[in-house]
Design a protein around this ligand. Structure first.
Ligand SMILES: *Cc1c(COP(=O)(O)O)cnc(C)c1O
Length: 485
């Protein structure tokens, strides 16, 4: 065993190999990193020998050097591979939270690149040559897009809910209907956020029915807010009743009028969840409220996500009365939850498409939701027409299906879609699904009726060449599997 240990090369011996030189000078990997890999490999070898001296029994010094070089080459292969990688979304779910929700418009991407390549006016007032506020960047645009007096942006909608409750609800009672006490995936519960914020949750009504008198009876001098939460990811059907924003406004106003001695003002806050700016219901898709409507019906403030139906970057937008927004902007949490310049750049461009743009379909989320079955079918045909030569063991069939919007929005909306059902003779569905994930650009598919299915609603026309490459790669692997049997 001692002999073996003595045969293990030293770091400087590896540094004399061609592989080492290749990594440093051709692959441009920093010396420090390569040295780290060498040390890591040598210490593993030493440990392996101490654990089991049979394993490398007949290894010469040169064999060890080759072994280390092999290890270095493997390491260097994955050195430039990112952990955050591109995938093709074949699930048909447009706002797939696990796959990054909304794709940005070309205009938004361009703005992100420009803003992060140069210095910017993030917090600088060029006219006056002094400090400015990052809130001012999209305040006007947001106000225009939502018909509100003022607006601000934080990290995401969960952060927006937290800021609103902490700043305006802390130490007060906040009334919420039991039917709206939702959990929005990733352990975001309204009740938990409320507890964390220091506001006291007052639940009214039942899971399926809440009436105006439930709120009226629950209001006390400690009431600071009536909160409405959009039940984004589910829908109660049948024997149901909820209280509208307009009704809430009326209740709050009459309480405040009848109680002139009280200095208490009751805020109506609506967490809209996805907060659409585009009226999808006019196209017969779902019945998602648009932000303007919620504000028109009497909400003092609303909050919603930037990367759900809006189709922009991850962000939480709060819009409504100026006096309230000003208070939120001054709260210390606003600094904690502030957004980066890239977010603001992308959001500004996305909002411009809504306010001044010629075609909202420039926003991929809107485009993908509005796509008709014929448009999707056309993409499938483009894909099939140019599909490269594959083994005859493949079967690729055009199949119709339904897809969902996702991201916890429009839960009951099932849209007609088209895609391809794929089988490969001799390879199981689960194996094939896995093979599509384990290639350079993974394709995330759906298993439908025990076949792999790629839904083309979420495959953009310019992604089709990438999808062809994916098929070729899986074809290669499948051939190898077959010949090894
Ligand atoms: C999605 C959602 C949230 C959380 O928004 P994020 O932007 O994901 O943080 C909060 N409330 C509702 C009603 C939602 O649908």
């Amino acid at each position: 065993m001692m002999v073996l240990i003595r045969n293990i090369p030293a770091v400087h011996e590896i540094q004399q190999t061609e592989v080492y030189v290749e990594l440093l000078h051709n692959k441009h990997i920093p010396d420090l990193i390569v040295k780290g890999w060498i040390k890591e490999c040598l210490s593993t070898l030493r440990k392996d020998i101490l654990d089991d001296n049979e394993k490398y029994n007949d290894y010469s010094r040169n064999d060890f050097i080759l072994l280390v070089c092999d290890h270095l080459l493997k390491k260097s292969d994955s050195y430039y591979e990112y952990n955050l990688r591109t995938v093709l979304n074949g699930t048909g779910t447009i706002l797939h939270t696990n796959l990054g929700r909304a794709r940005l418009s070309e205009a938004a991407i361009k703005r992100v690149v420009e803003t992060s390549s140069y210095y910017s006016t993030l917090e600088y007032n060029v006219a006056e040559g002094k400090r400015g506020s990052r809130h001012d960047i999209i305040q006007d645009l947001l106000a225009k897009a939502t018909n509100s007096e003022a607006a601000m942006v934080v990290n995401n909608n969960a952060a927006a809910v937290y800021l609103v409750l902490k700043c305006l609800g802390k130490g007060k009672e906040v009334i919420v209907s039991r039917g709206e006490l939702v959990e929005i995936g990733g352990s975001f519960r309204v009740s938990t956020i409320m507890e964390e914020s220091g506001a006291t949750l007052v639940e009214v009504g039942t899971t399926n029915k809440t009436h105006p008198y439930d709120y009226e009876q629950a209001i006390t001098p400690e009431t600071g807010m009536l909160m409405k939460v959009h039940t984004s990811n589910f829908k109660t059907v049948g024997f149901t009743k909820d209280v509208s924003t307009a009704e809430l406004k009326e209740i709050a106003s009459s309480v405040m009028e009848s109680n002139e001695t009280s200095t208490n003002s009751i805020i109506i806050y609506e967490d809209l969840g996805s907060g659409s700016l585009y009226p999808f219901k006019h196209d017969g898709i779902g019945d998602e409220p648009v932000v303007k409507e919620a504000l028109k019906h009497g909400a003092d403030i609303v909050s919603f996500s930037g990367d759900k139906l809006l189709g922009g970057p991850q962000a939480g937008i709060i819009a409504g009365k100026k006096s309230i927004i000003d208070k939120l902007k001054k709260h210390p949490l606003a600094r904690v939850l502030r957004v980066d310049k890239m977010t603001l750049a992308a959001l500004e461009a996305t909002l411009q498409s809504y306010v001044y743009g010629e075609n909202v379909r420039d926003i991929p989320t809107i485009r993908d939701i509005l796509q008709t079955k014929d448009e999707i079918k056309n993409k499938v045909h483009v894909f099939l027409d140019k599909l490269p030569d594959l083994s005859s063991l493949w079967k690729v069939e055009v199949t119709e299906a339904t897809s969902q919007v996702g991201g916890g929005t429009m839960p009951t909306v099932e849209q007609d879609s088209v895609g391809v059902k794929i089988t490969y003779e001799g390879i199981s569905t689960s194996k094939l699904e896995k093979m599509f994930r384990k290639i350079s650009i993974p394709v995330i598919t759906r298993v439908v009726e025990d076949s792999v299915f790629i839904d083309f609603r979420t495959i953009a026309i310019d992604e089709i060449p990438l999808l062809h490459t994916s098929f070729l790669e899986v074809d290669e692997q499948a051939k190898k599997l077959h010949t090894s049997h």
